[in-house]
Write a protein that binds this ligand. Structure first.
Ligand SMILES: *Cc1c(COP(=O)(O)O)cnc(C)c1O
Length: 405
């Protein structure tokens, strides 16, 4: 008889977003006095850049012609040279020297962050920031690296609290060093972006202990301040201890298009084995690449024209972030993030529990946010507000939120 992976039974059942959905549906059924404004979503809303659309149309036509039709991609790392070279040049523009065969193009940073565990032993100790993007936790729980869920925490994970006191960037843990360390900067959900010095501390630690940093920089295109690295590989020493996950989802509005990449430097070895080679082997066996049309679209997003157009979209979201930040701060709330990220991390007034404040905003302001507690124990006392909405709706949402404080 087939038996299931028992680790799945331990998962608390996708609590956060289903529960938000339930509360929103129940409230909507009671005919709310105003239309809901959703500032809870972590998804882009602006359309693809014209340069990207043009590239997709052109590539689609090529697929319909015998001479230019493409089947399986036979090039290095399951991706066409044109895209790997464009990504390499994009790194080069920031002074980071990455070889094109260290770049693995994929259908998403979510899948890569989850699948990377395949190349690591199941007995590695995993550290995650708290609050955290749930993918890192759930995928390690499925693999059997997280232990049991005790209602609040996984027994075998190392939680690195990210709080107002430490500027939402984790301090080094005491005791035995974790083997795998997930860091996301700019951060989802807190909106905090790590400085060079902050990252350097972790790079030195990882090199000293043989740990590997799994660095998620899905939001690097939102960085506007100096001194904030766009890539972990801008930090000296990172090539011998870090893997970087990047995505076109938030940088170029590709959440529905699906294209991302993972960078593993050849010098990164553990147990005398190249992690780049292991990932290459893993991808070769479990993945067949991203559609040609989408790879052309991603290439176009990195062209000068594409860059200018996608930057305009990000500026639009960052303007929303500023509107939320300024409005809520002026009304007396403590607001973090939103400067180098599309997320604002808002302290609830008078230490209201985050689900209660979520309910107040939903029922009295008809604004949907995300309760911080859903991202981990240290998220209690916060709600996440996103800047991905329509500008007018965002302005109105801020006014409504202020009016119910
Ligand atoms: C949105 C997001 C991603 C991107 O995932 P894709 O699968 O590439 O769409 C990765 N990491 C974080 C933290 C995110 O919020």
């Amino acid at each position: 008889m087939a038996r299931v992976n028992q680790n799945f039974k331990k998962l608390p059942g996708g609590y956060l977003f289903p529960e938000i959905g339930r509360r929103v549906r129940a409230f909507s059924a009671q005919n709310p006095p105003m239309p809901l404004i959703r500032l809870g979503i972590g998804d882009v809303t602006l359309p693809l850049a014209p340069a990207v659309v043009e590239a997709m149309v052109k590539a689609s036509r090529e697929m319909g012609v015998k001479e230019t039709f493409r089947g399986y991609c036979e090039e290095t790392c399951c991706a066409y040279d044109f895209l790997r070279f464009a990504i390499r040049d994009d790194y080069q523009a920031r002074g980071v020297d990455i070889a094109d065969d260290e770049i693995f193009v994929s259908d998403g940073a979510k899948s890569d962050c989850g699948s990377i565990g395949d190349i690591f032993s199941v007995d590695n100790v995993v550290a995650v920031c708290d609050p955290v993007y749930p993918v890192y936790v759930d995928t390690n729980a499925m693999a059997g690296r997280a232990g049991d869920f005790d209602g609040e925490r996984w027994t075998e994970l190392v939680y690195l609290p990210c709080t107002a006191e430490n500027g939402f960037f984790p301090e080094l843990p005491l005791g035995k060093a974790p083997d795998l360390i997930y860091i996301c900067s700019p951060n989802n959900p807190t909106g905090a972006a790590a400085t060079y010095e902050q990252l350097k501390v972790w790079v030195d630690y990882a090199n000293a202990h043989g740990s590997v940093i799994l660095f998620d920089s899905a939001y690097e295109a939102f960085i506007r301040e100096e001194g904030v690295p766009h890539s972990i590989f801008e930090v000296e020493g990172a090539k011998t201890c870090a893997i970087e996950f990047r995505s076109f989802s938030k940088s170029a509005g590709f959440t529905g298009n699906r294209c991302a990449y993972t960078v593993i430097p050849k010098v990164l070895e553990r147990d005398g084995v190249s992690l780049r080679d292991l990932w290459n082997r893993r991808q070769g066996s479990k993945f067949n690449g991203v559609p040609y049309v989408i790879q052309r679209a991603a290439e176009a997003a990195l062209s000068p024209q594409g860059k200018a157009q996608t930057k305009a979209a990000i500026d639009y979201y960052l303007k929303n972030a500023q509107v939320i930040r300024d409005g809520l701060s002026a009304a007396g709330l403590t607001v973090y993030g939103g400067v180098n990220a599309p997320y604002l991390w808002v302290k609830t007034p008078n230490n209201t529990p985050s689900w209660d404040f979520f309910d107040v905003l939903l029922k009295r302001a008809c604004v949907v946010t995300t309760p911080g507690a859903g991202f981990g124990p240290s998220g209690e006392g916060y709600v996440r507000v996103t800047a991905f909405g329509d500008a007018d709706a965002t302005r109105e949402a801020v006014q409504r939120m202020i009016s119910v404080l």
